[in-house]
Design a protein around this ligand. Structure first.
Ligand code: HEC
Length: 245
């Protein structure tokens, strides 16, 4: 069974000051994880807010350059946390996250700016997967971020939960009395390496159900099959791993 080290709600830390890795405290790692996952979501929010704009077939240039999206990401981050991220003093991981956003936007410019095509398959989850892959690569086995989901709801096999993620999703996040939106974290081991693991649940909102909702099995706009999910149901999770050595 997993040992509960601490849990956090949004940005309010209620972590136990447990030390398990040299001088780095679990509470510090939870704070770092909270900030990074918030930054990741702030970036994905930009794509979500611009979905109709991106899907507009009458427009060429959408004005969503890497710079524009990073700047909106920082705005969203500020709104979510009431804190301004000091871009002159970013941690290595924060820098890697913003660079990952830049890279994904640079790589998708042609697709996004294509005139004459409506739906382009450029979705928050697709962008999120690309950002996660870029980030994980830059962090070179010191940190990993991943967008995952309950096993039965995974569309892209690259996003399927590992054993630990699956276990937290099934035995904690799905419990009716589990506090909505609360992240869970603990010390663990990944690929034989000591790691701090952090996972944040996400739920289907009204805008998600045109693709993930009912009727189950019907094709959505992407050509995928609707999951038959309900409003506010657990739909995904953001998982962050910080390796200790
Ligand atoms: C236009 C259709 C569409 C909408 C709207 C949509 N999704 Fe998705 N979602 C997809 C597709 C397609 C994928 C697979 C993406 C990929 O290839 O990685 C996906 C993937 C995901 C994943 C990653 C796990 C997996 O299944 O591969 C999560 C989590 C997720 N969606 C949650 C949401 C949430 C939460 C919302 C609403 C805020 C939402 N989606 C809105 C189509 C959609």
């Amino acid at each position: 069974m997993m040992s509960k080290l601490g849990q956090i709600v949004g940005c309010a830390l209620i972590a136990l000051p447990l030390c398990f890795c040299g001088s780095v405290w679990a509470a510090d790692l939870a704070k770092i994880s909270d900030e990074l996952t918030t930054l990741y979501m702030a970036a994905r929010q930009v794509v979500s807010d611009n979905q109709a704009h991106i899907n507009n077939p009458d427009l060429g240039n959408k004005g969503l350059s890497a710079d524009a999206v990073v700047s909106k990401t920082l705005e969203n981050y500020q709104k979510a946390t009431n804190k301004t991220l000091d871009t002159t003093n970013l941690s290595k991981a924060q820098k890697a996250m913003l660079d990952a956003v830049r890279q994904a936007m640079d790589e998708n410019q042609d697709l996004i700016n294509e005139k004459g095509t409506g739906f382009k398959g450029f979705l928050p989850a697709v962008f999120g997967r690309q950002v996660a892959t870029n980030f994980t690569k830059t962090m070179n086995q010191s940190m990993e971020i991943k967008l995952t989901a309950p096993k039965e709801y995974v569309r892209n096999r690259a996003n399927r939960p590992d054993k630990w993620e699956h276990n937290v999703i099934e035995t904690m996040f799905k419990k009716p009395d589990y506090q909505t939106g609360k992240a869970f974290y603990e010390e663990g081991e990944v690929g034989g390496k000591k790691a701090f693991r952090f996972i944040l649940p996400e739920y289907y909102g009204p805008s998600c159900l045109s693709c993930h909702g009912t009727p189950k099995g019907e094709r959505d706009i992407t050509g995928g099959l609707k999951e038959g999910a309900a409003l506010n149901e657990l739909g995904g999770a953001i998982s962050l791993t910080i390796y200790q050595d």
